[in-house]
Design a protein around this ligand. Sequence first.
Ligand SMILES: Cc1cc2nc3c(=O)[nH]c(=O)nc-3n(C[C@H](O)[C@H](O)[C@H](O)COP(=O)(O)OP(=O)(O)OC[C@H]3O[C@@H](n4cnc5c(N)ncnc54)[C@H](O)[C@@H]3O)c2cc1C
Length: 493
Amino acid sequence: MSKVLKLLQDAVGTEYVSDEDFITYAYARGIDSALPPNPPDYVVKPGTAEEVAEVVKIANKFKIPIVPRGGGCCLLGGSKPIEKGSIVLDTARMHKILNIDENTLTVTVETGITWAELNSKLNELGYYTGNLGPGSGISAVVGGGLSHHSVGGGGGAKYGTCTQHCVALEVVLPNGEIINTGSNASVYTKEPFCRFGFGPDLTGLFLGDNGLLGIKTKATLEIFPKPPYHAAKTFTMEEPSPENAAKIWLAWRKRGDLGIFDSQLWTLTMVLGTQLLTDVPQIKPWVGLTKAVFFYTMEAETEEELEANMKIVDRICKENGCTELGPELKDGNYAKWHYEEQGHWLTFHGIWGGMGPGSIPLTTEVHVPIHRFPHIAHKLDEWEAAHKAELDANGGMQSGISTALLCGHTTVEVDCGLLAWDKPQHREKNLELWKSQLEMLIREGGMPYMLGEIYSKGLIDTEAFNGSYYSFLKSIKQALDPNRIISPGKFYL
Ligand SMILES: Cc1cc2nc3c(=O)[nH]c(=O)nc-3n(C[C@H](O)[C@H](O)[C@H](O)COP(=O)(O)OP(=O)(O)OC[C@H]3O[C@@H](n4cnc5c(N)ncnc54)[C@H](O)[C@@H]3O)c2cc1C
């Protein structure tokens, strides 16, 4: 037995560390099936922050890279090793809810808990985390979402990204020290309640870091009471749907808070594609539709507030090319399922499953300001036209925007990318086309947030960082992680 294996076993327990092929190969990739697999040398599953710290200290001693992994649902190669001879540190055993505090309106969790498990517990008490995490929230965990600035599983229009309501973190630093941020940085405060104070926002330093700067082991998130009233409506939308959707979203935002919880555009490409691909029965009523679909869900404290806001919202929808489908799911009112039965988490797992093993998603998600959403849509069309011959020759790859959603007050999150057939002869070209599209999106001002290997390097390749930003990031990484232990290779660091 190797010395490292023995030390890791001593740190986390024999049953929670492995160097066996059948385990390490299971961690050779995340859901990023387009990228080449790279098995780690060891997989460890610590049960506490202290055990994580021990593993990090061993890694420093032997100069072994560590990749933190939550649900493994990063689509851009973030949760698998980039370098050879790595440790994948799986946070799955750290999944406890430590405290639901109804006085501070916060929940403190270990970061390996899934968004679905956390919110189902909160729901029993009438709360939710506001943003419900990503659309992969049945598998994806709080640590992964906070490392990505995830949005999409629900509540994005009302609460923004899942990082916006993170109050405090416990992080194991790359040297094995454990720090607490937010109000937990004070020895005098009695509980985590506030992110700001005591100097710079060091919670924010680790949020969206894509696993670069440390391993988050605990997180405190704000919780919100679920309002008693809601509405959910689905519409067909005339083309050009990105223009119409952007007009609606801007008009809503200029009216102030209308209680919109989620709003999404499913482009015509997506509507037609899902009719063919998916077994999600709640989308089946759309079979035969030849228009884009647009929906919103809305919350309110009183029936009167709901009615008044709905009137404004519906009028703006109607003025911008929307025709309402009926009120029930069988009429095509997908929004009802999305809100009332956790369709926000169930849909995308179903769609991914429906694609089957023969096809692979080369996906990305970027933020753009609401008014620039149509511009990005045009640029994607232009890119597709310019690469049509290559897409056709490479097995008939599909390109375009799938869904777009309102994120917070100012932003649209655009889900786009390519769908390819997984044939060995196409793989190299798949990656080349994917990278070309990702770079175009950056150059057109898109802000990617799920970066993984591909996009973190793409930011450097396209010289996207303004002025001294990259050298500042490099200095932080160098100061925190001089031995390049945590996630080496991301951002070329
Ligand atoms: C079906 C499906 C639907 C999706 N829908 C969405 C969506 O709606 N919105 C969205 O934003 N994304 C979506 N994604 C992408 C992805 O699932 C999410 O971004 C999700 O938040 C990743 O969480 P995870 O736990 O799987 O993270 P992982 O893939 O395990 O990790 C993500 C990154 O965070 C790092 N990391 C993980 N845990 C820690 C930790 N404790 N400390 C430090 N770093 C850590 C990893 O190293 C990696 O770089 C979807 C993916 C799929 C397959």
